[in-house]
Design a protein around this ligand. Structure first.
Ligand SMILES: Cc1cc2nc3c(=O)[nH]c(=O)nc-3n(C[C@H](O)[C@H](O)[C@H](O)COP(=O)(O)OP(=O)(O)OC[C@H]3O[C@@H](n4cnc5c(N)ncnc54)[C@H](O)[C@@H]3O)c2cc1C
Length: 336
């Protein structure tokens, strides 16, 4: 049994920063994540993308932000249970929460913070026969490291920001040898700037833009060698490629969290914005996983939520102690 002050379910940016804020209040944290590494969406979906709206960082790669958050949390020696999903939450005889993972690891604490983000990551997959057979053999649903596509031929499909951004990145930086972007319609859902950039790159012959078409088949011997594209008016044709990257977004699925008796609205946990507490006393929900009026799924909002939630957690754990806010400039950071 792993014992701590706060069990944090989800080691994304919000969970990690909450370790730091809890540490300032002398509260210890243990994080659980179903992924094998910390960092949530930043590490799993877009580690090499620059983020421009982290206060104080005009631009920072998502992966670097996670490295920094890990460094910032390090003095408070957080524990990690990685590669295991939190599947159940119960109360024991001492009125403590017990969180059990998919591998049976048990964690005990008076407070649970759910920082589960989008929940379990599930990419939306196009309905193509045999697609699963090519996963990690040329079919990727997420671009983790663009350098992986150096000198390769890539067919990207999708009409949202992810498809547009990556097509631009791989073509503009001359990483991939050939980039084709296939989309069902002639108009795109992404930002206007990105749409314009794709059009410009297509005019320059650096993106092969195939609209009003979709990928309907895939072929190859042990790895992707081609895709079959069906065009609305020109019929079907085979396109040779090394990679097929369908970027249709992620299906939000709370996974096991949905069955813990928490108030849920549209796949997110309803919280009180006073302290981001849920309907179960002692359980908080912070970051992308929660919902309230005017909620914004932004990293900086999650940082604020975690900061307020640990203040409330402190009051629950130490009802007799008064917590006075102290600036880090005055007190510094004294780890455990
Ligand atoms: C392509 C892209 C670009 C983005 N750009 C920006 C941007 O520029 N600025 C910005 O502010 N935001 C941006 N975002 C959004 C930002 O990434 C999220 O707001 C942020 O990741 C939320 O952090 P989080 O810690 O709440 O959740 P997440 O990062 O989603 O992490 C949650 C973690 O919880 C884990 N988890 C879930 N359920 C369980 C369970 N039952 N057991 C164990 N672990 C579990 C997951 O595996 C995951 O690792 C972007 C998102 C994407 C996809």
């Amino acid at each position: 049994m792993i014992k701590t002050d706060i069990i944090i379910i989800g080691a994304g940016p919000v969970g990690l920063f909450t370790v730091f804020e809890a540490g300032l209040l002398k509260l210890r944290c243990h994080l659980i994540d179903s992924l094998p590494q910390a960092g949530g969406q930043c590490s799993e979906i877009y580690p090499k993308k620059p983020i421009y709206d982290i206060p104080g960082f005009p631009s920072i790669l998502a992966g670097e932000l996670i490295d920094n958050l890990m460094d910032q949390a390090a003095p408070f020696k957080p524990g990690f249970t990685l590669g295991e999903a939190a599947v159940s939450i119960d109360k024991n005889d001492e009125d403590q929460f017990v969180v059990t993972t998919s591998k049976g690891t048990q964690h005990e604490a008076p407070i649970v913070m759910i920082a589960g983000g989008l929940g379990v990551f599930e990419p939306r997959k196009p309905p193509i026969d045999g697609l699963e057979n090519f996963e990690d053999k040329g079919v990727e649903y997420i671009i983790k490291d663009p350098e992986f596509y150096q000198g390769k031929r890539c067919v990207i499909s999708g009409g949202g920001d992810s498809a547009l951004d990556w097509a631009i990145f791989l073509a503009d930086k001359k990483i991939a040898k050939e980039v084709s972007l296939v989309h069902r319609r002639s108009s795109f859902r992404g930002h206007l700037d990105s749409v314009q950039k794709v059009m410009d790159l297509a005019d320059e012959g650096r993106i092969n833009l195939i609209t009003e078409a979709e990928v309907i088949g895939i072929g190859g011997n042990g790895k992707v060698e081609n895709v079959v594209i069906k065009h609305d008016t020109q019929g079907e044709f085979v396109k040779e490629t090394d990679h097929f990257i369908p970027l249709f977004g992620l299906k939000p699925s709370l996974g096991p969290i949905a069955n813990w008796g928490l108030e849920i609205d549209k796949n997110a946990i309803v919280v009180d914005t006073l302290d981001y507490s849920t309907n179960i006393p002692g359980i908080y929900a912070i970051g992308d996983v929660n919902t309230y009026t005017n909620k914004l799924k932004l990293i900086l909002c999650g940082f604020h939520e975690g900061t307020l939630a640990v203040q409330s957690a402190f009051a629950r754990i130490h009802p007799d102690k008064k917590n006075v806010l102290k600036y880090t400039t005055v007190n510094g950071v004294t780890g455990f």
